[in-house]
Design a protein around this ligand. Sequence first.
Ligand SMILES: [Zn+2]
Ligand SMILES: [Zn+2]
Ligand SMILES: [Zn+2]
Ligand SMILES: [Zn+2]
Length: 363
Amino acid sequence: MATARMDLGFVNDDCDARLLQSHYFPSKVGGKPAWLSLNPIPKTEQLSCPRCNNPLVFLLQVYSPRDKTEEDAFHRTLFLFVCQNSACSTPNDASNFKVFRSQLPRMNQFFSSDPPPDDPADEIGPAPSAQKYQPLCEVCGCIGPKQCSQCKSVSYCCKDHQTLHWKAGHKTACGKHVSHDSEDPSACGVLFPELELEIEEETYSPEKSTKDETEASQEYQQYAENVNTGQSGSGLGDQYSEQDLEGMAAQETEDDRIFKKFKKRVAQNEEQVLRYSKGGEPLWVSSDHQAKQEDIAVCSCGAPRQFEFQVMPQLLNHLGVDEKEGNSLDWGTLCVFTCRDSCAIGSNYTEEFVWKQDFSADR
Ligand SMILES: [Zn+2]
Ligand SMILES: [Zn+2]
Ligand SMILES: [Zn+2]
Ligand SMILES: [Zn+2]
């Protein structure tokens, strides 16, 4: 089997926010979504949590043109959303996540067919924005069909976000002729910190082995020897047959093996928050709950879906989730599978497939 190219994503918290706007076709974490297709963007129903119905919040987007020669996917971005309600988070269950694919031809109604200036200061005219085509929620940047009934100048996706915005400062700004720019949407505590995602090819040498790995394999060898000679320190030999013990040891070593492989691979690029390899293989964190082909729903066009990228647990360190009360956002890894054919969807957003795998309970 040919090894697919593997790219890694790293966060950069020192990026000019102007470079994270839609027409720069960014890959990024947090902030508001930088929509690719500016109209129509996903509807409120598409962006509500299937479990609690609350609005999903933008987590990250990855710009990944399928192939620059592909007429209708010259631009292509995947958008990942999550429900922040801790009650919706269950181990090995991705139902509080949704991922959408958007793509556009080079000649489209929203963006120039030429790339934007390297220096955003050289820009002429207003930046293309989804706001031009439909009202956006002031708090989360998704579609905002509800207006503030007093000033009618700001919109919201739902009552909750309106209330948060009111408390965070709109109460004093409403109806006064002050620039809404002074109302910081991050003050509402909904958005994740906005960070650029820098993608580069993985450098990895399989020969390098870490100290951890050597120690773990020695420990296991010791354990296996004890089991074989019936000298297990815990007295297990009295209660279980040799066969049982071999079974337990084999099971343990399979999960250990996968976890060690994961740790070894990550150790050489510890800051990675994303692994990208279209048509490649995810790096699993456990032997449990690995997605098999039959687990992955086929695309509505009938084509199978293939692996495209995975979000690593390291990203959690950058999301400031510990500071948020009642938030239990967690994952071992989030694997995104997309239509093998990147089928034509016009300027719509189509839902793709997310799989969540958690670390085994004893990690
Ligand atoms: Zn929910
Ligand atoms: Zn909102
Ligand atoms: Zn108002
Ligand atoms: Zn498809």
